[in-house]
Design a protein around this ligand. Structure first.
Ligand SMILES: O=C(O)[C@H](O)[C@H](O)[C@@H](O)CO
Ligand SMILES: [Mg+2]
Length: 390
């Protein structure tokens, strides 16, 4: 079997969007812009889809959501020539070709995301070529079904947040991730608002359910050190990305500071990036995204590393490329889950492009042993609401 063609298309959403308003989530730009501008950095309204076809007609699907147009350019100009004519079963060799050919300027960020998209499509081909789901190629079914946590609860007024938490508690979720709206730039009032929002959600879900807290890189070390002691009474399962991804020593200091586990990894890349996080004990929960970190080839290695370090893997975003990694290792107890909403920030777009994404039932998602490859097909229902750039 040989790779005959690679097609990367950018799907730009032009349909209805309902962007969350105000301080819906602290983020890295809060410290350099006033609120309005900083929130505008928070949009993922396009996605690059990769289709790799083999000489025997199998088509593998990959995807990348980080800087989609740039990722497409990297795929078209640099990665496609490296995989054309190659055997997809040589996936480790192909991964190393892509990684080393772009190493001088790649390694992390959008280049690794572009490599991930090619790698996802390759693994989709491998599964389809032997009529097995990808998780069966990685270690098989380690769980009857995958526990997932409900993820959204963007910061808005507390009544709306409580109603949202109640709705998804009633749907059977037992774990919830909420977003802080405030950080260092919002001073003591922001501290009070942050604590009020955690208290409000705990009021709804109680203490029999897990609560995770998301900062999305919007704090700094000094502010996080002030907040952690105030948050301990709420017994969060983790505090996520309190500082920017490059502040690994800051992560490590926070991770030793209190009883609250620090999580991160959705903005870390490659086996080496996670080796560094684990060696420095910077995180207690690893949250790579398989369409960023280096694809299934890299994520599978990181799963093994996390197993050796006894650090749980709870991948970012849910989405099928991550569910196969969670299903195939005991190192991953659960995954994130975004229900399908009107397009807001953009995590939801996956549902508008692909069919096959499992819908949570009672806080679990299920994978199908009889669906080969990743188990995704292209959705046609919303095609007219995308500009598609070849
Ligand atoms: O952990 C997450 O889900 C990410 O940080 C989100 O993708 C981001 O939208 C912040 O909520
Ligand atoms: Mg996050």
């Amino acid at each position: 079997m040989k790779i005959k063609s690679v097609r990367a298309r950018v799907f730009e959403w032009k349909g209805k969007t309902v962007p969350p308003q105000g301080n819906f989530c602290s983020n890295a730009m809060d410290l350099v812009y006033s609120n309005t501008e900083s929130m505008s950095t928070f949009r993922f309204h396009s996605w690059t889809v990769v289709e790799i076809e083999t000489d025997d007609g199998i088509i593998g699907l990959g995807n990348v959501a980080l800087a989609p147009a740039i990722a497409k350019a990297i795929i078209d100009q640099y990665l496609t020539p490296l995989v054309l004519g190659q055997d997809p079963w040589d996936y480790e060799y192909l991964w190393q070709r892509m990684y080393r050919a772009t190493h001088a300027w790649g390694r992390k960020g959008v280049t690794m995301a572009a490599i991930s998209a090619i790698d996802l499509a390759i693994w989709d081909i491998l599964g389809k070529s032997v009529n097995k789901p990808v998780f069966k190629l990685l270690g098989g079914r380690t769980k009857e079904k995958i526990p997932v946590y409900y993820s959204k609860l963007y910061r808005t007024n507390l009544d709306e947040m409580q109603a949202e938490a109640q709705k998804y508690k009633d749907e059977g979720f037992t774990a919830f991730k909420m977003r802080f709206g405030y950080g260092p730039a919002h001073l003591q009032k922001g501290v009070a608002e942050n604590l009020k929002s955690v208290e409000a959600i705990r009021e709804v879900i109680g203490y029999d359910n897990d609560l995770m807290l998301e900062c999305y890189m919007g704090w700094n070390l000094e502010y996080a050190k002030r907040m952690l002691p105030k948050l301990e009474k709420f017994e969060p399962r983790w505090l996520e990305e309190p500082v920017i991804a490059d502040d690994i020593d800051g992560y490590a200091e926070l991770n030793q500071l209190s009883s609250i586990p620090i999580s991160g990894g959705e903005h870390e890349f490659s086996l080496y990036g996670f080796k560094q996080l684990l060696d420095k004990k910077a995180v207690s929960v690893v949250q790579y995204d398989t369409n960023r970190v280096g694809g299934i080839t890299a994520a599978h290695k990181i799963n093994a590393l996390c197993e050796a370090y006894s650090v749980p893997v709870i991948p970012h975003a849910g989405q099928m490329h991550n569910y196969h990694l969670t299903m195939s290792t005991l190192a991953s107890p659960m995954s994130e889950y975004f229900p399908m909403f009107d397009v807001e920030v953009g995590n939801e777009l996956f549902y508008y492009i692909f069919d096959g994404e499992p819908v949570a039932e009672n806080g679990f998602v299920q994978l199908d042993d009889n669906k080969p490859g990743l188990g995704l097909t292209m959705k046609t229902e919303f095609l007219d609401q995308f500009n598609i750039i070849e």
